[in-house]
Design a protein around this ligand. Structure first.
Ligand code: NIG
Ligand code: FE
Length: 421
């Protein structure tokens, strides 16, 4: 099977040699090819370049060939969403109303709402029901341009339900054309029955959950909600160390609620990413400089919860890379729309259209460990792509924040047809 996209007005995110990440000033730079073609064989990009360089006879003799004329349209690599909780049951619009009436996220959590509310709903759902609900969300985000996604457990909070969530993630991985990376987040909240004995819950995570998750190969990453009112620095360290012993790589929630020290702990354990960071300043920036940890912002949840914005500008101007992700979850970000995340990056975080593009492609690919196969248009990478509608300019894409500007989606070299999938 082969795919030729020709007459592309501009092909964005091209790389002759994949750079890994974009940091500092380079975040404002995107390589592109005007009047371009892109050729994919099976699921892989095998060549791209200017139309005048399209080799004659490149497609001669190919029987299973699809040709798309992308005149007037842009082509992007598909978005990588490096932080989500997409597997959950039901929804929490009652808490949405509670928040409108003045309750804070922490107050709702203390009353047994929040994460614990989702844990109850998840407990009541069968694996099959969870799978079906989650697949609806997968289809929704695929249509919005996401081609790769990290999904966390963390609404189980007991061994059986955590494994149930991770098995659902595996089932999704086996049955959809998106790239999926699973993360174990047993340390998302302390369940009610352990409220006065949190130590026992941490022991359960370390001595039972992690070994089981690892023995079934159900996760690549280990996450901890390291923040005020959730898990302390010491607890986080113990849980990360236990996970690392089993080959799980840290990727943590930090500094959403307070200056928790989570960023420093993440850096200390060489986390792939530290995410949220609404409460960050000079100390967090100095910890990140010189590290290989990707600071990741989740502007959808900052917007939804009315949190302060993280210092994105200061981080980029200090030379750091940054990634953006959706945090798709029922409590703090009931949206997996990465185009909206780009717009919020521009509007709230004062990032330029070029910076948000790099933050949702190459840098978010790094933040989920898939930079060798996703995140840019590069020979040998997976042909998961977005073909835009006819729009006046590149900047129009994040500017028109409420419009769906996707014309067609290509996933693994194939035109994605939502009616069939
Ligand atoms: O990333 N901050 C912790 N966890 C999620 C929220 C989960 C929930 O409220 O259900 C987040 O915002
Ligand atoms: Fe999250």
């Amino acid at each position: 099977m082969a795919l030729l996209i020709k007459n592309i007005r501009e092909l964005f995110g091209t790389e002759k040699i994949p750079s890994g990440t974009k940091r500092g000033k380079d975040m404002g730079v995107i390589d592109s090819v005007r009047n371009a073609f892109l050729f994919a064989a099976n699921d892989t990009i095998t060549s791209f370049g200017r139309m005048e360089d399209l080799p004659d006879g490149m497609t001669a003799g190919l029987t299973d060939l699809e040709i798309i004329d992308a005149s007037g349209r842009f082509v992007f690599p598909s978005f990588c969403d490096s932080h989500t909780h997409l597997v959950y049951s039901g929804s929490r619009e009652q808490e949405f109303v509670d928040k409108i009436r003045g309750l804070s996220y922490e107050e709702i959590a203390r009353r047994g709402g929040g994460i614990l509310n989702s844990a109850k709903k998840l407990h009541a759902a069968t694996e099959e029901e969870l799978y079906r609900e989650s697949m609806v969300r997968i289809h929704e985000i695929a249509g919005l341009g996401t081609g790769a996604i990290e999904i966390k457990s963390g609404y189980g909070l007991n061994t059986g339900d955590e494994l149930k969530m991770l098995r659902v993630i595996r089932h999704i991985r086996e049955n959809c054309p998106l790239e999926i990376r699973p993360t174990f987040l047993g340390a998302h909240a302390v369940p009610e029955i352990y409220r006065n004995d949190r130590e026992s819950y941490i022991d359960l995570i370390i001595n039972e959950m992690i070994p089981l998750v690892a023995s079934e190969g159900l996760a690549d990453y280990i996450d901890v909600f390291c923040d005020d009112g959730f898990f302390t620095i010491d607890e986080t360290e113990r849980i990360l160390m236990a996970g690392m012993k089993y080959g799980l790589i840290p990727k943590i929630h930090a500094n959403e609620i307070g200056f928790s020290g989570g960023v420093q702990v993440g850096v200390k354990y060489n986390a792939l990413s530290v995410d949220h960071l609404e409460r960050s300043g000079i100390d967090e920036i100095s910890a990140l400089l010189g590290s290989e940890t990707m600071p990741t912002f989740l502007p959808g949840s900052a917007l939804f919860l009315g949190l302060p914005d993280p210092p994105a500008r200061l981080m980029i101007d200090s030379g750091l890379p940054v990634a953006l992700a959706s945090d798709y979850n029922p409590g703090s970000s009931p949206s997996g729309n990465m185009k909206l995340v780009m717009s919020l990056g521009c509007i709230r975080l004062k990032m330029t259209p070029e910076e948000v593009f790099n933050a949702v492609t190459v840098n978010s690919a790094y933040a989920m460990g898939i930079q060798d196969t996703f995140g840019s248009i590069s020979e040998g990478k997976i042909a998961s792509l977005i073909i835009t509608k006819e729009i006046p300019s590149f900047g129009f894409f994040p500017y028109a924040f409420g419009s769906n500007l996707v014309d067609r989606i290509i996933l693994r070299g194939k035109i994605w047809n939502p009616a069939v999938e």
